[in-house]
Ligand binder design. Structure first.
Ligand code: BMA
Length: 792
């Protein structure tokens, strides 16, 4: 029997007395719920809101147990306490916490329990903990991230102390479920599943359970798939460790998005009336990290097929954690699946996502690259108390996530191997102990998932050159942080590029949620405070002016910042896809936001889709035609990112902006699975009023991909204002037509739930395009514009 302790809790501190907050929840969440503070995300409210977490807070509530339950064994389940806390039941101390990443299961002594009980959790201010930590000076945060000095000594999501895209708000609370399990059976602690691929095509599913056993009874494991009638059941005497082996005769495999179905079997463990349910995806993942002619590979094979991974980096979806929930995560991950992403990297400065995150990735076919939660800092490996909680944390989280079909790689940390080179010798010794010894041993004991020492790493000798593009995983920040032009992307050949990005403004509707109209200027105090990397407002303008002319108003600033970034990231991804034999994937920085502000994201905090996200649907498309324009020649290539051979009709046409066709050619081409091929090479002698258009169709005539190219930058060209017509076909369908080449047509429905089938697209003179939305569009609110009006 489960006694749910979520719901209303009474919260108090010295300043704030007795307000009710909904758990899972936090101090800031509760104060907002009660309208006791203003929105910390509005204007510069962050700075006052931060001070709230300088105080300690107590959370308490009553709960009842029946006479029957008082005779059973009672376990208190604390799925997540953020972070420094002491827990009392009926004023008796039962447990404490210094690590938000750890779940606790505490067997309560029945002699302290009654029919009417009281639970109290005292939270210590996370700032006070860090400021007063005795060995604080041995920990360090690398300075380019705006985060609280020494905060790496506390196992709390590091970005809750601020990052170069998010606020420093601290906060504390019960951020995951809290409940009591009252029974005489015990509970399933975890299980481990390993798959054996037998020669006859069958798959053996080997499972080992760890059960907190109270009495002798039976355990049954059931593996089933309704759609093909598979139902396999094994019953055994319950032990602390049970082993089950199922042989699945005609296995239906799990594939990542774009490569096939995401079939999931149901797995249940039944002990009397206690049932634990999971999903199992049958897939073979192989990581090829062999040395080769370029360096050291990092290629991902799923069910024998190379998967070029395509996606974005994930950061916590809110600084107030209780506002992150399954619905918001589903919405975000669906925007990955529907936009042709097949991978997500969980960045190491946040927290380990909830089970629902991994369940959704299994369901939607999004492969997970999971960092352990260490980022950009130094950690003292001789601090025994610290190391002890870190070991528990890593073991427990690996046990929790290891069976997910989507999980393919665990990385020790974010950018520490790279950052530590500028640190002390002692720091390097500690680094090696934690990330090359202690943690990989734990990961290897608990799972066969591939362990990468750091993201990025070159493997081999530590610290040599972690970000060497030829070796394993790398990040590329020459564009943006080092202000190299976008063209630099075409000179790199990373084996796996798991970070590269450029900042843009959020959508204008989102900007208006944190700044007043008169403050939408990159130099205002508000825009400065919503820019956490102090060099970046300048860089936003720098990259805009690289391609276009100076924005003349806030709307142009938003639009041009977004289209310039989208062009840059597109250039990189298309280049990597043209070099699939050497490059294995692109994960751009960053997918989402933690709060509304200027950042690298493709989806803003309010689910406003930026130009980059719409572009990603095109540059991550399974079948891609792309153009590589060099000074003297233009190369056109096709890329097939599916498991099947494909035959296409590829065409190119050279047009004048007014629609006149200069030259055209068509080719039938067949590509094997997971491959790319150059199909045309042309001389680059285009006039200023010409555009090259390429199109890829299947044999039934469906357009799979298209692309446009001009040989000069937009700021060097002059476009005419087109006669652009945007008309309603029905509530969910728009027809767009133009009489002159129109670039980056942007439709704004002013409703973020109206996700359009395409946006920021271009049209040739005379071309028409149908745009659909799943949700009805309010045509009275629909606005549109194009680059032509800006670059007249
Ligand atoms: C990388 C990330 C983050 C950071 C981002 C932008 O270094 O790992 O730490 O936010 O770049 O600067």
């Amino acid at each position: 029997m489960k006694i749910d302790l979520n719901g209303k809790w009474n919260v108090s501190s010295k300043t704030y007395q007795n307000f009710l907050t909904t758990v899972p929840g936090s101090v800031l969440g509760g104060l907002l719920e009660n309208k006791l503070i203003e929105d910390p995300y509005y204007r510069v409210n962050e700075y006052e809101a931060k001070k709230i977490s300088f105080e300690d807070f107590t959370f308490e509530r009553d709960f009842a147990l029946t006479k029957e339950q008082l005779k059973k064994t009672n376990f208190l389940f604390l799925d997540g306490l953020d972070t420094v806390a002491k827990v009392y039941v009926n004023d008796v101390f039962v447990t404490s916490s210094i690590n938000m990443h750890i779940m606790q299961r505490v067997q309560l002594d029945n002699s302290i329990l009654k029919e009417n009980n009281h639970i109290k959790i005292e939270f210590t201010s996370p700032y006070q903990y860090v400021w007063n930590y005795p060995r604080k000076d041995t920990f360090k945060t690398y300075s380019y991230n705006v985060t609280e000095v020494g905060s790496t000594c506390l196992r709390k999501s590091n970005c809750m102390f601020g990052w170069d895209w998010g606020p420093n708000l601290g906060d504390m609370g019960i951020y995951r479920d809290i409940y009591i399990i009252s029974n005489d059976v015990g509970y399933l602690e975890n299980y481990r599943q390993e798959l054996e691929f037998l020669e006859n095509g069958k798959i053996k599913v080997n499972i080992v359970t760890a059960y907190k056993k109270i009495k002798d009874t039976k355990i049954a494991a059931i593996l089933s798939l309704k759609q093909d009638g598979t139902y396999l059941k094994i019953e055994q005497d319950l032990k602390e460790t049970n082993q089950f082996s199922f042989v699945v005769d005609n296995p239906k495999l799990w594939y990542p998005n774009g490569f096939g179905e995401q079939t999931l079997y149901d797995l249940e463990f039944v002990v009397e009336d206690q049932i634990d349910k999971y999903k199992v995806g049958l897939r073979k993942i192989k990581i090829d990290d062999s040395y080769d002619e370029w360096g050291r590979n990092l290629a991902i094979y799923v069910n024998g097929i190379k998967v070029f991974v395509k996606g974005g980096d994930y950061i916590p979806q809110d600084a107030i954690l209780s506002r992150v929930n399954e619905e918001r995560t589903r919405r975000l991950l669906t925007l990955c699946k529907d936009f042709n992403h097949n991978v997500i990297r969980v960045w190491g400065g946040g927290y380990y996502p909830d089970d629902y995150f991994f369940n959704l990735c299994d369901e939607l076919g999004i492969l997970v690259f999971e960092d352990l939660m260490f980022a950009c800092g130094r950690f003292n490996a001789d601090d025994e108390a610290f190391m002890s909680t870190v070991k528990d944390e890593v073991r427990q989280n690996v046990q929790r996530i290891r069976n997910h079909a989507s999980l393919f790689l665990i990385s020790g940390n974010n950018e520490i191997e790279d950052g530590i080179r500028g640190d002390t010798e002692q720091a390097r010794i500690w680094y090696a102990k934690i990330f090359a010894d202690v943690l990989p041993k734990i990961v290897k004991e608990e799972t066969n998932i591939y362990y990468l020492q750091s993201s990025p790493t070159s493997g081999g000798k530590l610290f040599d050159d972690p970000n060497n593009m030829n070796y394993l995983d790398c990040h590329s920040w020459d564009v943006w942080h080092m202000t190299k032009p976008f063209e630099h992307f075409k000179t790199i050949y990373p084996r796996l590029l798991s970070e590269f990005g450029c900042q843009s403004m959020p959508n204008l509707d989102t900007v208006k949620t944190y700044a007043r109209e008169d403050e939408i200027d990159l130099e205002s105090e508000v825009m400065d405070s919503h820019q956490k990397n102090k060099a970046c407002n300048f860089k936003i303008l720098y990259y805009i002016e690289n391609l276009y002319r100076k924005p003349r108003n806030p709307a142009e600033l938003v639009y041009l910042s977004q289209t310039s970034v989208a062009e840059g990231i597109k250039m990189c991804v298309e280049h990597l896809r043209r070099n699939k034999n050497r490059c294995n994937g692109a994960i751009y920085w960053q997918l989402n936001d933690t709060w509304p502000g200027q950042s690298w994201s493709s989806i803003d905090y309010n689910f406003g889709l930026k130009a980059l996200h719409y572009y990603s649907r095109r540059f991550y498309a399974p079948h891609l035609i792309s153009i590589d324009g060099e000074e003297t020649c233009i190369k056109i290539a096709v890329s097939n990112d599916t498991k099947d051979e494909a035959t296409y009709i590829a065409t190119y046409g050279l047009y004048k902006f007014n629609g006149e066709l200069i030259k055209q050619e068509e080719l039938k081409v067949t590509l094997g699975p997971s491959s790319d091929k150059q199909i045309f090479e042309l001389e680059n002698n285009m006039d200023d009023d010409m555009v090259l258009y390429v199109e890829l169709k299947d044999l039934a005539g469906n357009v799979l991909s298209n692309n446009f190219y001009q040989s000069k930058k937009d700021k060097e060209l002059h476009y005419k204002k087109p006669n652009l017509s945007v008309s309603k076909i029905d509530d969910k369908t728009i027809l767009v037509k133009t009489n002159y080449y129109t670039k980056n047509i942007y439709l704004e429905p002013h409703d973020n739930e109206c996700v359009l089938s395409d946006n920021y697209f271009s049209l040739l003179a005379g071309q028409e395009k149908i745009i659909t939305s799943k949700k009805a569009i309010d045509f009275n609110k629909l606005e549109f514009k194009s680059l032509n009006e800006i670059c007249e």
